[in-house]
Structure formats: C-alpha cells, structure tokens
Design a protein around this ligand. Structure first.
Ligand code: AMP
Ligand code: MG
Length: 421
C-alpha cells in the first residue's frame, strides 16, 4: 500500500499546466491569467468629485460653520460624464455630481449635507448663492487622477486567478479579452454491467449510474470541462473501445473495475494499453484505485481509475483528481483547505489506513465542531449530501474520541452551517 501523499505526488508528476487561450473576460472567471496586464490609462482619468456637492477652493471655507456659513456664488453645474467649462475663482463654487471632473481652480468638494442647499430649496430661494457649513482641507472629497491605477502600471500579474474583482479591473483598463490558461477537458467513463443511465428505467439487478454525474459535477466545480462517455461494459473489447473515445481529452477518469473481482477489467485494459500504476492506497474509503498513462499514438493521456463505490469515488476524486485539475489550470494551491474541529463522536481506525469520515461542521461558541453524518458505508452516497467536510483520521492512530481535535478538509463553506448560532 502506498500513502495518500505518495499517490498524489505520482499523479501530479504526470500532469502539466495546459496552454493558454484568449477569450472574452467574462468567460474567464476562475481561470488563471497567462499574461501580465499593464494599464495604458490613468484611472480615474481626471481629478473628480467623490460626492454630490459643491466644488470650492478650500481657502474660501476657512472659519465656516453651521451658525456662520460662508456664502459663495454658484457659477455653474457639472454632471458625471461631462467636462467643466467654468472655473472656480475665489468666492465662487460649482455644483458638482459624484464622478464629475473637478473644475479648474477648485481643490475640494463640500457635500450637499454640509451646505444650506436643502433650506434654500424648501424656501424656494435662489440657488445662485450657496452657504457652506464647514471648513474643509485642500483635497477633501477629491479623487485624484491615477489614484487607483496609473498609466503603464502592472495591474494584474500572470498567474493570478480571475475573480469578479479582477474581471472588473480588466474591464476598467479597457480590456475586453484576456489570455488565460485553458480549462482541461476531462473524459468520464463509468464501468459496470449493472449500470443503467439515470434517464432509463431500472431492470432487475441493475442500478442507476450516479458516478458519471458526481464526477462530471466535480470536474465542473473545480474548473474542468467534463465529457461524459457513458457506460463501459465489463468486457475487455467493449471497454477498450470506450476508453479510446476518451483519449483526445486532457485526462480520463473512470470509475469502477479496479478492484480484484473477476469483472474488474479496467485494470486489465490498462495493463495492455499503457504504463500502469495499479495501487492500493492507504486510505479508507478508496483503497483500490489506479493511475496510469494510456498511449494514444504519440500522445499520452493521464488516466485516473477511481473505485466504483459512489462515496469512494467522490473521496478519491477530492484527494487526487481535484489537485490534478487545479495543476492543469495553472493554480498554485492544490491542497484542500482544512480547519481544526472538535469531533462530536468516536471514530475507530481498525486497519491503520487514513480514514476520511463524513462530517457536518458547524460553528458554536467560536469553535468548529464536526458531527458524523451517520452510517459511513462507501455505498451510502447520501452521507455525502449530509456532509460539508471530511474528518481526516491519521493512519498511525487507533482512531479519535469524542472531544478530540481533528483536521477537517472542507468540501464547501455553506454560510448557513458556519454561521454562529
Ligand atoms: P466496482 O469498483 O466496479 O467493483 O464497484 C463497486 C461498487 O460500486 C458496486 O456495488 C457497484 O455497483 C458500484 N458502482 C460502480 N460504478 C457505479 C456507478 N457508476 N454508479 C453507482 N454505483 C456504482
Ligand atoms: Mg464494477
């Protein structure tokens, strides 16, 4: 048996970062930038107002207060998107909206709330004059040219994962497309004579194929493009044909057929077709897994053979397929985020493998607590639907006792559960 770390290291040594593609920025969400992005413009492009108010010369507001306002003559108005024509000279002000360029002569903005504009409007007085209620400093409520991004500045570095904020920055510097590392195409093949498609009626002795769906959904979730090949039968010729269909992908993931049973023929096809590393991994669930390279002419395709049991295939996906996909995507952090939590039940480790127990993590009294989700059989897929984490019970222990601190790999971070009660 090899350790989870050894298995992962081996798999990662066979997959590489993919090439890049250029596409509209909105389609790049979650992908890794493949170029350094420089701005050609200043943002903001001009000094402008941070408030709706009056553009003034700060020195004209000296000593102003609510009881003793400074009266200024209003010589114009500027909306966002237009260029001011008038100048603010001593003793004058210009009415200005948020984002409008600061007029010449002005060096500060007094917001409406700090003027007598509302009173004047109420008494239907003239707005040709305005009373300023407070003294402001030079630069008050002014946003300066280039204060966010300066022209020629490096705004986004190659290697950065694009989130909504980065996509917004690309748009703000006028970039409609970007070069990103392309998403891996991952072929998915379920194997087993007992399997029937989810859209077909069941027959005696058969079960619906759920692995194709969970695996494809996981691929999508972590940024890959799944290509579902369907169901491969437990016969070498039929299976070989199906596997061939997946060889144009960047990676092939099969489920089932890698145990020691008579009909577990995935391993036999692998032995014939490629460099195979058939393993037993020191983990529970997920012990029988396979990894290899299938030759397709000159091309070599990484093949990950997950166990057939629905929970085992999900957990091995999380440990091995996810990091492989993230590596191909050019991501740097490949390990699953984890936390420390107090376990609320006893877990026995009887055969010295690393256990991944399904838990629901909640936060109470500032502490994460992990509750087991009930029966942990590797065929019980609903145990995954009730879980938001996998408690990792080390292989060199006899288990953990209620109240012990355990490491939990988070599957997701649902706010509902992690909100303090
Ligand atoms: P295997 O690894 O092929 O021996 O399969 C182990 C168990 O997982 C068996 O009970 C299978 O029926 C079940 N299984 C295998 N493939 C799937 C699948 N695609 N969907 C649901 N269950 C499966
Ligand atoms: Mg099978």
């Amino acid at each position: 048996m090899i350790s989870v770390e050894e298995a992962l290291e081996k798999i990662l040594s066979y997959v590489d970062v993919l090439g890049h593609e250029k596409k509209p920025v909105l389609n790049c969400l979650g992908q890794v930038l493949a170029e350094d992005v420089y701005s050609t413009i200043d943002i903001p492009p001009l000094d402008n107002s941070a408030m709706d108010g009056y553009a003034v010369r700060a020195e004209d507001t000296r000593g102003a207060s609510r009881s003793s306002p400074r009266e200024l003559m209003v010589v114009g108005e500027i909306a966002a998107g237009s260029i001011p024509r008038e100048e603010v000279k001593s003793g004058t002000a210009i009415r200005i909206m948020t984002g409008a360029p600061l007029p010449k002569g002005a060096d500060a903005v007094v917001q409406f709330e700090d003027t007598d504009e509302a009173n004047r409007k109420l008494s239907q007085g003239s707005l040709s004059q305005i009373g300023i209620f407070c003294q402001v400093e030079n630069g008050f409520n002014v946003r300066y040219k280039g204060e966010d991004i300066a022209a020629r500045e490096l705004v986004l570095k190659k290697g950065k994962t694009l989130r909504p904020s980065e996509i917004g920055v690309l748009a703000s510097v006028g970039r409609a497309t970007a070069a990103v590392i392309r998403r891996p195409i991952v072929a998915v093949l379920a194997t087993g004579d007992e399997l029937i498609g989810a859209d077909q009626p069941l027959a005696p002795g058969k079960i619906h194929d759920s692995n194709s769906y969970t695996i494809a959904a996981e691929i999508l979730r972590y940024g890959g493009i799944p290509r579902i090949l369907g169901i491969g039968r437990d016969l070498i010729p039929a299976l070989t044909e199906k596997i061939n269909e997946g060889l144009n992908a960047d990676m092939l993931i099969t489920s089932g057929g890698v145990s020691l049973g008579d009909y577990d023929v995935v391993k036999d096809v692998l032995k014939e077709r490629g460099e195979i590393a058939l393993w037993t991994i020191c983990m529970k669930p997920g012990k029988p897994s396979a990894f290899g390279i299938i030759k397709n002419g000159e091309k070599k395709v990484a093949h990950l053979g997950l166990p057939g049991n629905p929970v085992s295939s999900m957990i091995t996906f999380e440990q091995f397929a996810r990091p492989a996909i993230l590596k191909m995507l050019g991501k740097k952090t490949l390990v699953k985020p984890s936390i420390q939590a107090i376990i609320e039940g006893n877990v026995k480790n009887t055969d010295g493998r690393r256990m991944f127990a399904r838990v629901m993590v909640t936060k109470r009294g500032g502490q994460y607590r992990a509750r087991l989700t009930g029966p942990q059989g590797s065929g019980i897929l609903t145990s995954m639907t009730k879980a938001n984490g996998l408690a990792v019970i080390p292989e060199n222990t006899k288990g953990v006792m209620r109240g012990d601190i355990v490491k939990v790999q988070m599957l997701d971070w649902s706010e509902d559960e992690l909100l303090e009660e």
